[in-house]
Ligand binder design. Structure first.
Ligand code: SAH
Ligand code: DHB
Ligand code: MG
Length: 222
């Protein structure tokens, strides 16, 4: 099987089952037109995030890494009208594109974009007493994954779910001597999670239109 076949099947699943609406399609078109990298979650993965948030009965969601707001739209649409999503983004241009995409999708009222380094905005959130969040999606710079996970735990409650994207990196994650800082970031994250008694965690490998990667899911136990 090749990436072309994974993509063809992903497109079939997207057409038949995921059925993204115009606002989601336009969010990707607008992101591409603005020159953003095509590193958003796939439509199928976006819908999985949406379903997880619904299963959680989530009222509050935290996302680290907004880009053009594609995953943000999927997550925000899982919230009731009084639900809130905070998404953290370092790049003002990405945030600007996301703002328009979120407005077009009709979820701007539920979403707050916080501009800045997540390692600065996360302590601010904690200091403001924000949280606990019902679901936290970590999808920013991979070298900081372990730090983001520690902050996610601080901003969680018993029953919160933490999802971390891109934990397989085409299989490179098993190379302990990799000089890829993202791979080392995922491995450090896994070290931290493996020693952390307050979570139950697994990871799932995925193939599809984004190639070969995967995501981890952690359930907060205390
Ligand atoms: N969740 C998005 C994709 C996010 S891509 C989706 O699936 O649609 C990763 C994003 O994290 C990029 O927009 C990048 O600018 C942002 N980012 C990178 N380093 C960051 C940091 N230190 N703090 C906050 N955001 C960061
Ligand atoms: C990268 C980041 C992502 O969030 C992703 O889903 C795929 C790739 C990257 O930085 O390469
Ligand atoms: Mg990602």
């Amino acid at each position: 099987m090749s990436r072309d076949e994974w993509t063809a099947v992903d497109e079939y699943i997207t057409d038949v089952l995921v059925q993204p609406d115009t606002a989601l399609v336009e969010a990707l078109n607008a992101s591409e037109a603005a020159g953003l990298p095509s590193i958003n979650v796939s439509p199928a993965a976006g819908k999985l995030l949406h379903i997880l948030a619904r299963v959680q009965g989530a009222l509050s969601v935290l996302e680290i890494g907004t880009l053009g707001g594609y995953s943000t739209i999927w997550l925000a649409r899982a919230l009731p009208p009084d639900g809130r999503l905070i998404t953290l983004e370092i790049d003002p241009k990405h945030a600007e594109v996301a703002r328009k995409n979120l407005a077009r999708a009709g979820v701007a009222d539920r979403v707050e974009i916080r501009l800045g380094r997540a390692l600065d905005t996360l302590p601010q959130l904690a200091a403001e007493g924000r949280g606990p969040f019902d679901l936290i999606f970590i999808d920013a710079d991979k070298p900081s994954n372990a730090d983001y996970f520690e902050w996610a735990l601080k901003l969680s409650r018993c029953g919160s779910v933490i999802v971390i994207d891109n934990v397989v990196r085409s299989g490179k994650v098993i190379d302990a001597s990799s000089d890829d800082t993202s791979v080392q970031g995922v491995r450090r994250l896994n070290d931290v999670m493996s020693r952390e008694k307050r979570v139950s965690v697994t990871a799932i490998q995925t193939v599809g239109c984004k190639g070969y990667d995967g995501f981890a899911v952690a359930l907060v136990l205390v």
